[in-house]
Write a protein that binds this ligand. Structure first.
Ligand code: WTA
Length: 646
């Protein structure tokens, strides 16, 4: 996918309108322009507060406090608030990989969350403010665990179940979690993923001494004896009335109390724990999901993200449930047992709103329209994308084939750090420009800047959010310096790490990361993270990783490695090196190709020139090599690269 296809796009397409946007957008923009504090107070007022706040925002760059003095509970806003009017409404439609469905009403979900929260608090002694790591497949118990933590004021840290034992261990240690909630396994393409073995490896040799309890959902084998992980006590996950739920008072949380930590990749090897607050985060999750997805009472809303990512937090759990929506939660993958799986599900559950990632859309395109046209998708009325730039061709296909030219598309740009949607197409306000995320939501201020912190009116530059917003990250867990350096040192305002362009009509097109973060199939992966994993292999002396364009995944990883003295290259060795990345991080971070080379292009002072490696990997003209201490190596690497068939 070339950048030009994005920047040369000029089509403006009217995709239809969203009622809530049509009714409210102008009013919301006016309100935000008139008085931004009143604007956010009005949004926050849509939540149920235990005690109201006395100040909208306190901003001492880079620290924000929102709705100061306010008290609320996020979980109660997703459950208790709806019991009176929507208790018997379906909250979650869960579909297993095998094809079984289960429906939980708001009453059911509430009861299970209350029951599990009670045990967490009283049986397992999980205190307000304690960290709880959750490592589970996409089953309802995952949502129950998340909401139960929030109910008792424990800070959840969900780790995507595709991550390795090492990644899980790092995250438990960094957050100093006292409790781990997990499952014995999950299903993926008909096979069992042995989560309990991964957990066992993560906890081996008392690697996580902060853990006091492990709670395991016996999903695969309900009656097996509980596994043992060192001497850490292990308990069965129970959320039914076997244990009589006592009516515990809901924990009163300060607006600024952390709701969760979510780890994401950055430019150094170690993932960072992004911290989100309760009041500000919930305000934006509720506001943005209602407005952007035009949520109405009878919608069946399906976000295909895993709860292990921020999209699953904000637009599967907290946003839709705080709006009393019915969500679909799917355990499986789009191509198992066949490539019609998603469309069968939409037809079966009459999904009306569908939110997915461009990488998935490009796979659907490749698999062919016949999987789609044989299903009745007429229930769909709104489509969304997130996670990476959507190339205009994929956008048009999404619009024409999935949406039957009949559904507005919201292309939403945001990040783990922003907590919720910042830029989006507003189909009732502007025609859509394929590939362009569009405009800042009412209340948000976004500018494209040059590196002198000056605003660019028409052209390309750095994407910055220029005013504080309620769901902004409150920090990096345990690393204040990293928080300041990463987001607040490049520009005077928040720097997102993305490059973007703005056209004469104000449409913003996000081009992609300009730091050392790759975006592979919508997942953020740090180049340094992969490099550190590669050098863990006993045969690897040095490694450098770059991203290259990939038709389906957006980007793919190419790794260049120097083998240690005396070790000779073989296909088996390369495949073994590749598997160390799965072991250290997870399969999502595996390089597409590993090129072993006698040396890497380095400056005279020894700095690896990744820019040149990228040019080689992409087959581009090689730029200036005069600063290299070893210019000849480029030719050798080029030849090796040519043999690797990328
Ligand atoms: C990229 C996902 C273009 C971007 C919610 C950002 C996008 C990173 C879009 C955050 C979009 C996300 N258009 N690029 N609509 N949405 N991105 O933290 O590079 O997993 O910085 O959050 O994804 O990824 P994260």
């Amino acid at each position: 996918m070339s950048l030009d296809t994005f920047l040369e796009e000029t089509r403006l397409i009217n995709t239809g309108f969203c009622e809530k946007q049509k009714e409210n957008i102008s009013k919301l923009f006016n309100e935000a322009n008139t008085n931004i504090d009143t604007f956010w107070n009005n949004r926050a007022n849509n939540l149920d507060w235990i005690q109201t706040w006395n100040k909208t925002v306190e901003w001492e760059k880079p620290h924000a406090k929102w709705f100061v003095g306010g008290k609320l509970n996020a979980s109660a806003n997703c459950l208790d608030s709806h019991l009176e009017n929507f208790g018997s409404k379906t909250a979650i439609i869960w579909e297993s990989e095998k094809g079984d469905s289960l429906q939980l009403t708001y009453n059911d979900l509430h009861q299970k969350v209350v029951s599990f929260a009670h045990q967490l608090k009283h049986t397992y002694n999980v205190k307000k403010g304690a960290r709880v790591t959750i490592y589970m497949p996409m089953v309802p118990e995952l949502a129950i665990a998340v909401l139960a933590c929030a109910r008792i004021g424990a800070i959840h840290s969900v780790v995507f179940a595709g991550f390795s034992a090492k990644s899980l261990q790092d995250r438990i240690k960094d957050s100093q979690s006292t409790c781990l909630i997990t499952a014995d396994g999950g299903y993926r393409r008909g096979k069992v993923i042995p989560l309990k073995d991964i957990v066992s490896n993560a906890l081996a040799n008392h690697a996580c001494p902060s853990l006091e309890n492990v709670i395991i959902h016996q999903y695969i084998q309900a009656n097996d004896p509980l596994p043992q992980f060192n001497s850490t006590p292990v308990h069965k996950f129970i959320c039914d009335s076997i244990i009589e739920p006592k009516d515990d008072p809901i924990e009163t949380m300060d607006s600024e109390d952390p709701l969760f930590i979510l780890y994401t990749s950055g430019t150094t090897g170690k993932p960072k724990g992004i911290v989100h607050s309760t009041g500000g985060y919930m305000t934006h999750a509720k506001y943005s999901s209602e407005l952007v997805f035009d949520l109405k009472e009878n919608d069946i809303y399906w976000c295909t993200a895993d709860v292990g990512w921020i999209t699953g937090h904000s637009y599967m759990i907290y946003g839709p449930l705080s709006n009393a929506s019915t969500i679909v939660m799917f355990e499986g993958t789009p191509d198992y047992p066949n490539q019609s799986r998603f469309w069968e599900l939409i037809e079966k559950h009459k999904v009306s709103i569908f939110y997915t990632a461009p990488t998935a859309i490009r796979s659907f395109m490749k698999w062919g329209d016949e999987h789609i046209t044989k299903h009745d998708l007429s229930s769909l009325r709104l489509l969304g994308t997130v996670g990476e730039p959507i190339n205009p061709e994929a956008w048009m296909w999404y619009h024409d084939v999935i949406g039957n030219k009949n559904c507005p598309i919201v292309d939403t740009w945001w990040q783990t750090e922003t907590g919720g949607i910042i830029l989006t197409t507003l189909p009732s306000h502007h025609p859509s420009k394929p590939g362009s995320a569009g405009f800042a939501l009412p209340g948000l201020s976004v500018e494209i800047k040059n590196d002198q912190n000056e605003s660019i009116i028409n052209g390309a530059g750095l994407l910055s959010i220029t005013k504080p917003w309620p769901s902004m990250l409150r920090g990096v867990w345990g690393d204040e310096q990293r928080f300041k350096d990463t987001y607040w040192s490049t520009l005077e305002t928040y720097f997102a790490g993305d490059g973007a362009s703005i056209d004469e009509n104000g449409y913003i097109t996000v081009i992609g990361r300009i730091d050392d973060v790759l975006n592979v199939a919508g997942h953020r992966i740090g180049t340094m993270e992969v490099e550190s994993a590669l050098v863990e292999h006993p045969a690897v002396a040095e490694a450098a990783v770059v991203g290259i364009p990939d038709d389906i995944k957006g980007q793919a990883i190419v790794a260049f490695t120097i083998l240690k003295e005396g070790i000779s290259e073989s296909p088996e060795l390369i495949s073994d090196i590749n598997s160390i990345v799965s072991k250290q991080i997870g399969a999502i971070a595996k390089p597409k190709v590993i090129v072993s080379t006698p040396d890497l292009p380095k400056t005279r002072s020894g700095k690896i020139m990744r820019r040149l490696l990228k040019q080689v990997a992409e087959g581009q003209e090689i730029g200036d090599t005069t600063t290299l201490g070893n210019p000849d190596i480029i030719h050798e690497i080029k030849e090796k690269m040519a043999l690797s068939n990328v």
